[in-house]
Design a protein around this ligand. Structure first.
Ligand code: LLP
Length: 421
C-alpha cells in the first residue's frame, strides 16, 4: 500500500497534487511520501514485536538525509556500507549505537571513522578484514562489537546481480568454515563477538530461501554457543521484495516474514536485527518525467521522456519493470497505447520499457514511474551532463525539496581546469 492515489482525476502524493510539484520543481524529479515510508518501517517493527529487535534501514536504498531523519526519529536503526552512509545517518541524528556497518571491503579509514564516532556493531566478511579491524581497534584502545557474515549457500531465486548468498558470491565467510573463523576472531584483541550476520539477496519474492538460511543460522548459533561464544544478536539482513507491477501476485508481507524469523530463530533468545531497504523505500517514491516527444518508429511508437537511464538505471541494469502512469487519470474506457518508453541518452540501453501498453499520452504530459523510491535516486548520475535529479518529500499537505537540482553553473563549478592548460 502507498499514498500515491488519484483524487478527482489527478495523481497525488498524499494530499499534494503531483502536477503542482512537477510545475514548481520541474521534471525529472523524485517524490517520496513520508507516510508510506513510515508505514513500511512500522510494518517491520510490528512483525518483530514478539521479541527484542532493531530494524536497521538499509541506507543504500534511498539515502537522503531527510528520509533518514524521518526513519531515525521513528526509532529505526541504520545499516550502512560506507563512511558516506555512516555520515549521512549521523547527520540525520541517528546515534552510533543504532548503526551497523556492513560491506565486503571496508577500508582502514572507514574503520577508524566509525570506531572514533560510535558504532553498534561491525559485520565482518573476511579474514584480512577482521585482522585489520583488530589492529585498528587495538591501536585506538577500543573494543568493537562484531558479527561475522556467513554465506549459507542458499539460492535466493532472485535476479543474478542481486543474489548474495550462494557460495560463488563474494559475500561473507562460507558457513562451513564459521566455527574456525569465530575461534580466530574471538582470540583477537579489540574485537568482541556478539552475534551472527547473514544477507542472501534482494527482491526475494519467496520466503523459502529466508527460511533455509535462517535455519542454518539457528544451527550455527547452537554450535557457536557450545564453543563458548556469546551469541546475543542475529542480524538477518534485508531482501524482502516488493510488487513492481500491479498485475503481479503480491510477494509476502513483513508480518509473514516476521513469522518465518520467529519460527526459525525465535527460540534462541537473541535480539533480532534486520536490514530492509527496498520494502521500506521502494513504494514510498516515484519518479516524475515529462513526455518530450512521441516519435513514430518502424512498427512502434517511441515515448521519449525527459528522464533517462542516468536518473533511473534499474530497467537498463536489471531489466527491471516499473509501472508508468499519467498524472491525469485516463477517462474510463479510454483506449490505451503501446510504446517503447525511452530517455534521451545516446545509447539504446536507455530504454525504460519495450512494447509497454499504458495510458495514451502526448508531448507535455507528465508521467510517474511507480515503485522508484528504492535504488532510484541513489543510483543516479550526471551521465550525458544531465544535472543530478532532484528529490522532494511530501508529508500530508506539506512538501519540500530535499535535494535541489543543480544548475548548469553548479555542475561546471565542481570541475577545474589546471592552469598549465
Ligand atoms: N543488507 C545488505 C548487507 C545488503 O547488501 C542489502 C542490499 C540490504 C541489506 C538491503 O536489501 P533490500 O531489503 O533493499 O533488498 N540496486 C539493486 C539492489 C541492490 C541490493 C544490494 N544490497 C536494485 O536496484 O535492485
Amino acid at each position: 500500500m502507498d499514498h500515491f492515489l488519484y483524487r478527482d482525476g489527478v495523481l497525488q502524493a498524499e494530499d499534494v497534487p503531483l502536477p503542482e510539484i512537477a510545475r514548481v520543481v520541474g521534471t525529472p524529479a523524485y517524490v517520496y511520501s513520508a507516510a508510506t515510508l513510515l508505514r513500511h518501517y512500522r510494518l517491520f517493527d510490528d512483525a518483530l514485536a514478539w521479541g527484542p529487535h532493531l530494524v536497521c534501514y538499509a541506507v543504500k536504498a534511498a539515502s537522503n538525509v531527510a528520509l533518514l531523519k524521518l526513519l531515525g526519529d521513528a526509532g529505526a536503526g541504520m545499516d550502512v556500507v560506507s563512511e558516506g552512509e555512516y555520515r549521512r545517518a549521523r547527520a540525520a541524528g541517528v546515534p552510533g549505537e543504532r548503526i551497523v556497518f556492513s560491506g565486503v571491503g571496508k577500508t582502514e579509514g572507514e574503520m577508524r571513522h566509525v570506531l572514533g564516532n560510535g558504532i553498534r556493531q561491525i559485520n565482518l566478511e573476511s579474514e584480512p578484514e577482521y585482522r585489520l579491524l583488530s589492529r585498528v581497534a587495538s591501536e585506538m584502545g577500543v573494543e568493537v562489537p562484531v558479527t561475522v557474515r556467513v554465506n549459507p549457500d542458499v539460492d535466493a531465486k532472485t535476479h543474478e546481480k542481486i543474489a548474495t548468498g550462494r557460495k560463488e558470491d563474494k559475500f561473507g565467510i562460507p558457513i562451513a568454515r564459521a566455527r574456525e573463523t569465530y575461534a580466530e576472531v574471538a582470540a583477537l584483541p579489540g574485537l568482541r563477538v556478539v552475534g551472527i550476520d547473514v544477507h542472501i539477496g534482494s527482491q526475494l519474492i519467496d520466503l523459502d530461501p529466508f527460511r533455509q538460511a535462517y535455519r542454518k543460522v539457528a544451527d550455527l548459533t547452537e554450535s557457536l554457543r557450545a564453543d563458548g561464544h556469546s551469541i546475543e544478536r542475529l542480524d538477518l539482513g534485508g531482501g524482502l521484495g516488493i510488487p513492481y507491477a500491479r498485475s503481479n501476485a503480491a510477494p509476502p508481507v513483513p508480518s509473514e516474514y516476521g513469522q518465518v524469523i520467529r519460527d526459525e530463530v525465535g527460540h534462541l533468545g537473541c535480539e533480532i536485527e534486520i536490514e530492509p531497504g527496498r520494502l521500506i523505500a521502494g513504494n514510498a517514491g516515484i519518479l516524475l518525467a515529462s513526455v518530450t516527444y512521441v516519435k513514430q518508429g518502424e512498427g512502434r511508437d517511441f515515448l521519449i521522456l525527459d528522464a533517462a537511464m542516468n536518473d533511473l538505471i534499474r530497467p537498463a541494469m536489471y531489466g527491471a519493470h516499473h509501472d508508468i502512469v499519467p498524472l491525469r487519470e485516463p477517462a474510463p474506457g479510454a483506449e490505451p497505447a503501446t510504446y517503447d518508453v525511452v530517455g534521451p541518452v545516446c545509447e539504446s540501453g536507455d530504454t525504460f520499457a519495450k512494447g509497454r501498453t499504458m495510458a495514451a499520452v502526448g508531448a507535455g504530459d507528465v508521467v510517474a514511474f511507480r515503485s522508484a523510491g528504492a535504488y532510484g535516486a541513489v543510483m543516479s548520475s550526471e551521465y550525458n551532463s544531465r544535472p543530478m535529479v532532484p528529490e522532494v518529500l511530501v508529508d500530508g499537505a506539506d512538501w519540500a525539496v530535499i535535494r535541489p537540482r543543480p544548475t548548469y553553473d553548479d555542475m561546471l563549478r565542481r570541475e577545474t581546469v589546471p592552469d598549465w592548460l
